[in-house]
Design a binder for this molecule. Structure first.
Ligand SMILES: [Zn+2]
Length: 99
C-alpha cells in the first residue's frame, strides 16, 4: 500500500500508540484489527492463526492410500504470525498462563 504524505496532519501517528507487546490475544486482535475470520491464539509468545490447507498426499502422490483415507489429499498446516503494522515484526503477547 502506497501512502502519500503531503502534509503534517496525516495519519502517520495512528500506529505509534499501539504497543508491540499485548496483554493477550484479544487485545491484539482488537487494536490491530486483525482479520476475525482467523482464529487467533498465542503460540510461543506470538499471536498466530493456524493456516491449514489440503495438499496432495506425499505417500501416494494423490492416488489414494490408507494414510490419507484414499482421498489422495492430506490436510496440513502451520501457525502464521500476525504482523505488526508498525514494526513489521510478529505481534507478541505476554504469556500469562505459566501457573
Ligand atoms: Zn495417500
Amino acid at each position: 500500500m502506497n501512502r502519500t504524505l503531503n502534509n503534517h496532519e496525516t495519519a502517520t501517528d495512528v500506529y505509534t500508540v499501539l504497543p508491540t507487546v499485548f496483554d493477550n490475544v484479544d487485545d491484539a486482535v482488537k487494536q490491530l484489527k486483525l482479520d476475525r475470520r482467523h482464529k487467533w491464539f498465542e503460540f510461543m509468545g506470538e499471536v498466530v492463526y493456524h493456516y491449514s490447507y489440503l495438499q496432495t498426499c506425499s505417500g501416494c502422490d494423490g492416488g489414494g492410500c490408507q494414510e490419507c483415507g484414499y482421498h489422495g489429499k492430506a490436510r496440513t498446516g502451520c501457525p502464521v504470525p500476525a504482523i505488526h503494522p508498525k514494526t513489521g515484526n510478529p505481534v507478541k503477547v505476554r504469556v500469562s498462563n505459566g501457573g
